[in-house]
Design a protein around this ligand. Structure first.
Ligand code: XCC
Ligand code: SF4
Length: 653
């Protein structure tokens, strides 16, 4: 068993440290304990193990001695092929997860449009019209209801489409679309690409690592420009496109004297209804009769980002805080749907009165209470869930309640439409001011820093070091997922965080009144970053393709297969994408070299891996500078600074 780390070395989040101490005292095991007790399997971690057939698992670790023939699997599969297949299957799983989320949203959207499910409606008609145009519908002559039905049908059909191209590919810069066609990366239908990738990685099918990687890209693009984009867009139409909103974050948002309901997971279909119903006078009255002052809903994981962005509902914590939230003893129900829900929470909950309520027929858990979410009866299902939590309030053991005080304020809700609006100034919405400031060098470049928290690293730390280093160098940061939460907890999602920025970026944040780190939503909302990047290209002056932008992406502490799918669609969209923590192909030098160096020539984007956050920042900035140079705007930066200096010098004289 590996040595157990000191709690201070496990996380830089105070509330997490506080709760880890309490968990230790009470003998409650957490993911951090399990991480110390079990090391990752070194062969699997490197992608060097194949178990795609019953003759294996075959292990093909790299040769130890120079000149030793490379090991192959029983079938003769090479190290590159095995590694590429493992990598590709992560992309398939990640795409499947996001896209099944998208499919769920599209199904509910269509039912809502048909008027079959009370509780859901159309909040953003503007965006509905935009989608109508994307699908070439007769927007001028259709009523909103007709348009919504047709858009819903079209979106649902994208999943099962067999031929042609996904419709949202048309949103990308023209040059990118041509590249996708040239290299046969343009996805035909969402499900088709996932299925084909699973087929190709089956024993004895595609044994060319480059060809596997290309299909993995076609699959990943079916996530980013397909399933996940459908999820984001339709959620915006149904629940509202986010606009800046303030909220609180961290375990301190739990309330000792109110019913605490945590909604945890990913799809806003359930959580939106729980938020609405928690204000139901009848349920509030019931809470009072149980001795509670109110009903406090808080979010966890990406569900939290969804309801924060649209309602300002507080975030209780990130992925690694799920067991600790329950350990506060103050959670009356944790309502979960899909993705990133640790099975361990049920065992943690058994130490307290907390009810774990599963809601999706796709995601059940032994020991948990299952209240299946029925969209036809969304309101009353949500009422049943909230009622179960309220009834449970009296079961609390007051002696076991430990709520840390730590919480921070933040601003979220930066959809790409909002950024457009905020930057555009008084007269018209536009990305022009952003482009101008990139060209004149006040903003050196754009970084997307996204992804998870990984229990193998010090929680939150790499994220924050990386982001602060980028800000210091005038790189504006777009964020989503659990990284957004790290930023929120550390105060980076407020305009005051301008103090971490270099002079150029600081001046922009101060003028526009925005934080230097823009919280754009959940992980499906990484599609907002694709749209923002596209908007910057289309605005002009910074090249004709996403790959020409002074921009880079990173996921410093990823853990989910969805992150690999996201990374791969960013790479296939032309972005330099840097992952931290661990990388699943390192066992094969040849394959890793292809991802890190070979791809760029054709796709314009590439993968990279780096664990040290300062070196990550250095690499991202070097890439940004390389792009600035290629655009011929590399000198602008010095010139602006010199002009100001010179002016000051002159004034002094
Ligand atoms: Fe999950 Fe989405 Fe990762 Fe957080 S960031 S650990 S995927 S909740 Ni999306
Ligand atoms: Fe081994 Fe080949 Fe089977 Fe994989 S597919 S387990 S490498 S025999």
């Amino acid at each position: 068993m590996a040595k157990k780390e000191k709690i201070e070395n496990l996380t830089c989040c105070e509330a997490t440290q506080h709760m880890l101490k309490i968990a230790e005292k009470q003998g409650i095991e957490t993911v951090f304990d399990r991480a110390a007790a079990m090391r990752p399997c070194p062969i699997g971690a490197d992608g060097s193990c194949c178990k795609n057939c019953g003759m294996g698992p075959c292990r093909v670790p790299p040769s130890k001695k120079e000149g030793e023939p490379a090991k192959v699997g029983l079938c003769g599969a090479t190290h590159e092929t095995i590694t590429a297949r493992n990598f590709a299957r992560m992309v398939a799983a990640g795409t499947a997860a996001h896209s099944d989320h998208g499919r769920g949203v599209a199904g509910v959207f269509l039912l809502a449009a048909q008027g079959k499910i009370p509780g859901y409606g159309i909040k953003d008609e503007q965006k509905l019209l935009q989608l109508g145009l994307d699908f070439d519908l007769d927007v001028e002559n259709l009523s909103i209801k007709e348009l919504a039905i047709q858009v819903g049908e079209k979106c649902v059909a994208q999943f099962g489409q067999q031929e042609g191209e996904l419709v949202f590919l048309k949103r990308a810069p023209l040059k990118r679309q041509e590249l996708w066609r040239k290299y046969k990366l343009a996805p035909r239908g969402i499900d088709r690409e996932v299925v084909e990738l699973m087929h190709r990685t089956h024993m004895g099918v595609d044994q060319d690592y480059k060809n596997i990687t290309a299909q993995a890209a076609r699959c990943a693009l079916a996530d980013g420009w397909g399933g996940a984009m459908i999820a984001t867009e339709l959620q915006d139409i149904m629940f509202g496109t986010p606009v800046p909103v303030t909220g609180n974050i961290n375990l301190g948002v739990l309330k000792a004297d109110e019913v605490n309901i945590i909604v945890h997971g990913h799809e806003p279909l359930v959580s939106e209804m729980v938020v609405v119903v928690s204000q139901d006078p009848e349920l509030l009255e019931l809470a009072k009769t149980k001795g509670a002052k109110g009903i406090n809903v808080a979010g966890m994981c990406c569900t939290a980002n969804e309801i924060l962005m649209r309602h300002g509902v507080p975030i209780v914590g990130n992925f690694l805080q799920q067991e600790l939230a329950i350990t506060t003893g103050a959670v009356d129900a944790m309502v979960v749907d899909v993705q990133c829900i640790m099975q361990a929470i049920q065992k943690t909950a058994e130490n307290f009165h907390t009810k774990i309520i599963t809601t999706s027929p796709k995601a059940m858990m032994e020991g948990a209470t299952h209240i299946e979410f029925d969209e036809h009866d969304a309101i009353s299902t949500a009422q049943n869930i909230v009622r179960a939590a309220v009834e449970n309030y009296t079961q609390r053991d007051k002696a076991k309640i430990n709520i840390p005080t730590a919480k921070a304020e933040m601003v979220a809700g930066f959809s790409h439409e909002t950024i457009n609006y905020l930057l555009g100034g008084t007269f018209r919405s536009s990305y022009k001011p952003l482009n101008d400031n990139i060209i004149n060098g006040r903003i050196r470049g754009i970084a997307g820093v996204v992804g998870c928290n990984n229990a193998r690293d010090k929680d939150d730390e790499t994220h924050l070091i990386l982001i602060k280093e980028l800000l210091k160098n005038d790189v504006i940061v777009l964020t989503t997922g659990c990284v957004a939460m790290a930023c929120g907890k550390a105060g980076l999602l407020t305009p005051e965080a301008a103090k971490y920025c270099g002079p150029g970026l600081a001046s922009i944040c101060e003028t526009v009144g925005i934080p230097p780190v823009l919280h754009m939503g959940a992980c499906v909302d990484n599609t907002r970053i694709l749209m923002a990047a596209t908007a910057v290209v289309k605005e002009g002056g910074l090249g004709d393709d996403i790959s020409e932008l002074p921009a880079a992406g990173a996921a410093p502490g990823w853990m989910s297969e969805k992150a690999i799918a996201i990374g791969h669609y960013f790479v296939a969209s032309g972005v330099y994408t840097l992952f931290g923590s661990t990388f699943p192909t390192l066992g094969s030098k040849k394959y890793t070299d292809y991802l890190f160096n070979g791809l760029e020539e054709e796709w314009g984007g590439k993968w990279d891996f780096e664990q040290d956050p300062l070196k990550m920042a250095e690499k991202m900035i070097a890439h940004i500078d390389k792009k600035r140079e290629a655009l011929g705007i590399d000198k602008a930066r010095e010139r602006v600074l010199m002009d100001m200096e010179m002016r000051r010098d002159l004034e002094a004289v």
